[in-house]
Structure formats: structure tokens, C-alpha cells
Design a protein around this ligand. Structure first.
Ligand code: NAD
Length: 398
């Protein structure tokens, strides 16, 4: 159980790129990172607008000399300090992730980057190679994946509690972009439908990479063999990017699956769901009820397993925070992700490969896998929504 005691030897000196006053996701990073005394926020290039970024950083309590006009200046200046940053989070629009991550690694910094990591597998692999060369960690903030009940799903599947996996039913939808209004008025929505900044997809990258990663966290042995993706933009000006997509999957073990991802699911306030159906039982989790897991055994009454209880697998107890009867949510999930990445960085710094081997966290391979998921979906959709063999870096070079 997490109780506030130190999990690493000392807090990591942490900087942020982006996540400024107007940014949507920045506070989630700070909520996650500052929870367990594993990071001290000591520097930042928080905003594309340097003046606003400095004012914001000072208001957060960062020394004004260490609120920089841009990330290049931050990396250069901080490397001259004895107590300069050692890890940086990147919470900027997608199109900047590659150059900022490469610059950070070249400056000797561990990186925590937003999803989707980059636009292409080639870029993602370059990042992995550079990180390996430099002995640095790259983590990816699939924030929802820190929800403890996902580890319970992983444990139950591993223990055969649902039998052989037959069906994988994934969904991440909302209705916040049901009309064109946001594309005009909301800066964060505007860039999400611009391929130069968002990359080759809108909802496939923005939403479904989360759910895809969680499915892999829950079922690490399940590999997609082929998929068919049908994507469309109901708001026509978003073309060629999609605001809705359906993906059918065939897995190597014979299981089948589907992903529905959408930003035009009008009225939807409850749209992320993972249902895994096995030969004898099913598990179902909703991110709107993260403390609960439905366990449905064929022929028996449906059970709701509740977070924090003693009947859960011990895998969950390491990241249990509040104890039974008390609800946890998204900020706890983010704190778990930031904590695990801190443990990874600390272990990497100490050369502790044993800890790294058993740590479950969204690492560079998870970042690469998210990029590959998008690439395979787009390749299928743009060839007329046809079945395509699922390509990964390994399968292409096999
Ligand atoms: P946003 O447009 O709301 O905010 C972007 C922030 O980055 C702003 O503060 C902006 O001033 C700053 N910025 C832009 N370019 C910069 C640069 N070159 N240097 C310094 N600062 C810069 O975007 P957002 O919705 O917060 O999304 C940012 C990233 O986070 C995206 O990659 C997005 O996919 C991801 N995201 C992830 C989650 C999640 O749950 N993990 C949630 C939302 C967004």
C-alpha cells in the first residue's frame, strides 16, 4: 500500500515543456508527479507564449530564473547547473513530441512524454535507440492505465479465471467534438484535427491509444494478427482525419475483438470501456467506475469486485492508496503512473535491471506500440477499409 513513505532515494529534479496555463493536460501531470515526493518541479518552458509561461511558472512556485522561454534554452541552461533537471515531461501538441524528446535525450534527460508518442514507428524506434544509448528512461503518460483494477484484470486473466480469451471489446468515445464549433473556438481541439500537428489520426491517436495500451496491460500475451479499420469524419472539414472509427481485430490465438473510438458520440459522458470475454467468464471495467470490476461467470450471479478489498490479487495492493470504502479516481491513476516511472528512473540510474524487469509501466515499447496501432489502423482505412496483417517493427524485419 502507498502511504507517503519514500519509494526512491530522493525526489527527481523535474522540468516541464508545455502544460501551461491554457493547456488541458498539464495539471494532470503535476497532480500525478507531485503526489508522492518523487519529483520536485524546479524548471519549465511551460508555454508557447514565453511571457505567459514565465508568469505561470512563477505562480506555480518555480524560480523565475528557471522559467524559460523555450525548451532549447531550458535544456542548455539547466545542463550548466549542478542541480539542473534530470527528467522532463512533455505536455505539448503531438507534432512537437519527436523533436523535444530527441533534444531532451541528447541533453541527458529522462523523458516522460504524452501520447501519441510520435507520428511514425521510425521516429519512435529512433527515440528508443537514443534512450538505450544514453541509458535513459522514456515513459508515456497513458494516465488511465494507472487504475488499480486493471492490474486485477491482468492477474485474473493470467490465473485462468475467465478461461481462454475469445472476445475483446474496447471502446473510448465521447461527444465533445460532435459539432464543428470546438474546432473553431477551442485551441486544443483545433490542432487535434490538423494533420500537421495531430499526426495521421484524430480519435485513433487521441483516444484509442489509451484503451489499446490498457488492453495490452491486461492481456500482455495477446497479439493482434490482422485488423480492419473503417474511419470517417462526420464533420467534413476534419478530413482526412477521422472523428469516428471502428476497428475489427483478429488475434494470434484465434480471439476476435473490436474497438469503437469516437469524438462524435453525442451526449456520451461515459465512453471508455474494456470487456474481455473468455471461454467461461467475462471481465468488464469502465473508467467512469474505476473502483469496480464486473466478474461474470457463466451460470452464476454477476459479481462486482471492489477496489481496496482483501480478496483482490496482491498485484493490486502495491498501488493501493486510500484503502477499502474510499473511492479512487483519475488523479490516483496518474500518481501511480508517475510513481512507477520514478521507480524506473531511479532503478535505471542505479543500474538495477531486476527492478526494471518486473516493473509494469508505460515504457518506450508502449509508446512504440501506440504509434504502430495508429499506423496499422490508418493503413487499413486508407486502403478502403480492408483487412491488413498487423505490422510491428519485429514483423517487418522478420
Ligand atoms: P493544449 O493545446 O491544451 O496545451 C498545449 C500546451 O503546450 C499549452 O500550454 C501550450 O502553450 C504549450 N506549448 C505548445 N507548444 C509548445 C512548445 N513548443 N514549447 C512549450 N510549450 C508549448 O494541448 P493538450 O490537450 O494539453 O494536449 C497536449 C498533449 O497531451 C497532446 O499530445 C495530447 O494528445 C496529450 N493529452 C493527453 C491526455 C492524457 O490523458 N494522457 C489528455 C489530454 C491531452
Amino acid at each position: 500500500m502507498i502511504n507517503g513513505e519514500n519509494r526512491i532515494t530522493r525526489p527527481l529534479r523535474w522540468g516541464m515543456v508545455g502544460g501551461g496555463r491554457t493547456g488541458q493536460v498539464g495539471y494532470k501531470h503535476r497532480t500525478g508527479a507531485l503526489r508522492d515526493k518523487t519529483y520536485d518541479l524546479v524548471a519549465g518552458a511551460f508555454d508557447i507564449n514565453a511571457e505567459r509561461g514565465k508568469d505561470f511558472g512563477v505562480n506555480l512556485g518555480v524560480d523565475s530564473d528557471r522559467c524559460y522561454p523555450d525548451y532549447q534554452t531550458m535544456f542548455a541552461e539547466e545542463s550548466n547547473l549542478d542541480d539542473g533537471i534530470e527528467v522532463v515531461s512533455i505536455a505539448t501538441p503531438n507534432g512537437t513530441h519527436y523533436e523535444i524528446t530527441m533534444a531532451a535525450l541528447n541533453a541527458g534527460l529522462h523523458v516522460i512524454c504524452e501520447k501519441p508518442l510520435v507520428f511514425t514507428t521510425k521516429e519512435a524506434v529512433e527515440i528508443k535507440q537514443l534512450a538505450e544509448e544514453k541509458g535513459l528512461i522514456v515513459g508515456v503518460t497513458y494516465g488511465f492505465s494507472g487504475n488499480v483494477m486493471l492490474l486485477q484484470m491482468r492477474a485474473m486473466i493470467e490465473q485462468g479465471k475467465i478461461g481462454d480469451i475469445h472476445l475483446v471489446d474496447l471502446q473510448y468515445t465521447h461527444g465533445y467534438a460532435a459539432t464543428v464549433d470546438g474546432d473553431k473556438k477551442n485551441a486544443a481541439q483545433k490542432w487535434r484535427v490538423d494533420p500537421k500537428i495531430a499526426g495521421p489520426s484524430f480519435v485513433l491517436g487521441d483516444l484509442s491509444t489509451h484503451t489499446y495500451y490498457m488492453s495490452q496491460l491486461i492481456m500482455p500475451e495477446m497479439k493482434i494478427k490482422k485488423l480492419l479499420c473503417d474511419r470517417q469524419s462526420f464533420v467534413g472539414s476534419r478530413y482526412p482525419l477521422e472523428d469516428n472509427a471502428y476497428v475489427l481485430m483478429h488475434y494470434e490465438n484465434g480471439a476476435v475483438g473490436r474497438m469503437w473510438t469516437s469524438a462524435v458520440d453525442a451526449g456520451c459522458m461515459d465512453g471508455q470501456r474494456i470487456r474481455i470475454v473468455g471461454s467461461k467468464a467475462s471481465l468488464e471495467w469502465w473508467d467512469s467506475k474505476p473502483n469496480e470490476l464486473r466478474y461474470e461467470v457463466q451460470g452464476e450471479p454477476i459479481q462486482t469486485l471492489v477496489r481496496g478489498t482483501e480478496y483482490l490479487d496482491e498485484l493490486t495492493s502495491e498501488y493501493e492508496r486510500l484503502g477499502t470504502l474510499h473511492q479512487e479516481g483519475l488523479s490516483d491513476a496518474w500518481a501511480n503512473i508517475y510513481l512507477r516511472i520514478a521507480v524506473a528512473i531511479d532503478a535505471k540510474n542505479r543500474g538495477d535491471e531486476a527492478t526494471l524487469d518486473k516493473l509494469i509501466y508505460p515504457d518506450i515499447d508502449a509508446g512504440i506500440a501506440g504509434v504502430q496501432w495508429i499506423e496499422n489502423c490508418v493503413r487499413s482505412a486508407d486502403n478502403g477499409s480492408v483487412w491488413v496483417e498487423y505490422e510491428t517493427e519485429e514483423s517487418v524485419h522478420a
